[in-house]
Design a protein around this ligand. Structure first.
Ligand code: G3P
Length: 215
């Protein structure tokens, strides 16, 4: 499973990259706005930190505008994956991009039917939003399972990028379901390290060692 950070914050990305387990980054207009910086500048800065896929989302809502923006974004760096929303125009743009060899992340996916459309349009990845489905009282993880099964049934090459992961268990359950990628906020990635028995065990090892050899 590839691990992406869902952030446009450079400090978080630097720490994730320093751990050696960071495979990419996803951004969206809300995350960029939170940083208060110019979109293309921030995308460029991210390419200098992250050695892997970097999703950059178009702001246009019509296919022609998405194609225009997406082609410019793709030119910034070879690792850029153009992100488009799962709308009729987004799918139309995705079909064109995939024929041009531009990799696309189709985002805001909330149903298996939408995920089939993304795969048929040649998306590189599809992003089902687990947490936002959970917010409605439905089971977000079931969507990940359904999409993985459908893609396997038809040998679709589109990868499942489990997004809107809010907890460590979301990451683990996505991995169990077979999602190719999980994108998560920094605090969730950081949380994957934590276990009280690891802390307690390490403390005991050091205590025993020091007791034996500190005389
Ligand atoms: O990758 C999508 C993500 O940014 C949405 O997460 O927590 O705002 O639903 P969230």
């Amino acid at each position: 499973m590839r691990f992406f950070l869902d952030t446009a914050n450079l400090e978080e990305l630097k720490i994730g990259a320093s751990w050696g387990i960071l495979d990419g980054c996803t951004t969206n207009p809300s995350l960029i706005a939170k940083e208060g910086v110019k979109f293309e500048d921030r995308v460029r800065e991210i390419t200098e930190i992250v050695d892997g896929d970097i999703s950059a989302e178009v702001l246009a809502t019509d296919a022609a505008g998405m194609l225009d923006e997406g082609r410019k974004l793709a030119k910034i760096h070879k690792n850029i994956v153009v992100k488009v929303p799962l709308t009729r125009d987004g799918i139309k743009a995705c079909s064109v991009f995939s024929k041009e060899g531009i990799r696309v992340n189709v985002t805001l996916c909330f149903s298996a039917g939408q995920a089939i459309l993304a795969a048929k349009a040649g998306a590189y990845v599809v992003s089902p939003f687990v947490g936002r489905i959970d917010d409605t009282g439905a089971d977000g993880m079931q969507l990940i399972r359904d999409i993985c099964l459908i893609y396997k049934n038809y040998s679709f090459e589109t990868q499942v990028l489990a997004a809107s992961l809010r907890t460590v268990n979301h990451v683990i359950d996505s991995a169990k379901a077979g999602a190719h990628i999980g994108t998560m906020p920094f605090k969730v990635m950081d949380g994957l390290f934590s276990h009280p028995l690891t802390d307690r065990g390490l403390e005991q090892f050091l205590k025993d060692y020091n007791k034996a050899f500190s005389k």
